[in-house]
Design a protein around this ligand. Structure first.
Ligand code: MG
Ligand code: MG
Length: 255
């Protein structure tokens, strides 16, 4: 079931969206060479707890995972696409770092992610990150009443494929609301004009993920969580939680 939220409920979702946005901003500001991924986790955790919110990822165990997730953020570096467990790895110059974070506040969830290049950037990595951000913008623009789910997937897929990137199968965006992961699944590729009709009051987490090597397959790390590219090429992931409204898309996790 896809729940239609009232205006007051969307305002409540904006509250938790702001918490996640602020947690990600704090983590982003701390990223520099020498910083450990676990330090970023502590920074995001502090923002969430001081806001009275609850981390959504900590102890989360979806069907595909062998163990509960042990952290507040996912930290996915270089060839890791998503779901990297933040460890004691020290960020280095030229690293492509994706941070994903979710939280609950007053019974509502938010979920968002960014990718940043540390220090002097490889132009190919800059293009990868810029393309994902462009795909997210296109996805958000397609999140309007009367459009269909396939229009969002098509918008993301068109941007990624035009750049020659791979798109990992099986993973994509999702409904979000009382739970972090709800129906519908939002594929990162699709056919325009197909699928669920979008209505005002629906809320979706839109999250393009691309792999520079152009292949669509991916591998799962030994920890059962991190997904990485099959060819060692770099990957990117960006995400916002978005409300569909009669006044246009409302980006709930933007700060
Ligand atoms: Mg996320
Ligand atoms: Mg998500």
């Amino acid at each position: 079931m896809v729940e239609i939220k009232t205006a007051a409920e969307l305002d409540a979702m904006r509250e938790v969206g702001l918490v996640v946005g602020r947690a990600l901003r704090a983590a982003r500001e701390a990223i520099r060479p020498g910083v450990r991924l676990v330090e970023l986790d502590e920074i995001a955790a502090t923002v969430i707890r001081e806001s009275g919110a609850k981390p959504a990822f900590l102890h989360y165990q979806p069907r595909f995972a062998p163990t509960p997730f042990p952290a507040v953020i996912c930290a996915s570096v270089n060839d890791v696409i998503v779901h990297g467990i933040p460890d004691r790895y020290r960020i280095g110059e030229g690293d492509v770092v994706s941070i994903d974070c979710g939280a609950y506040l007053n019974g509502w969830a938010a979920d968002s992610a960014f990718t940043v290049i540390v220090g002097p950037a490889d132009p190919a990595d800059e293009r990868l990150v810029a393309t994902a951000e462009k795909a997210l913008e296109a996805a958000i623009a397609a999140a309007v009443p009367g459009n269909r789910l396939g229009d969002i997937g098509a918008a993301i897929g068109a941007v990624g494929r035009a750049a020659g990137y791979g798109i990992p199968r099986d993973f994509g965006g999702h409904g979000i609301g009382r739970h972090m992961h709800e129906d519908p699944h939002v594929a990162n590729e699709g056919r325009p004009g197909r699928g669920l009709v979008l209505k005002a009051g629906m809320t979706l987490a839109l999250e393009p993920m691309f792999m520079a090597g152009g292949k669509d397959r991916y591998l799962t790390a030994e920890d059962g969580w991190a997904l990485h590219t099959v060819d060692g090429s770099r990957a990117v992931h960006v995400e916002h939680s978005v409300a569909i409204t009669d006044d246009g898309p409302r980006v709930l996790t933007l700060v």
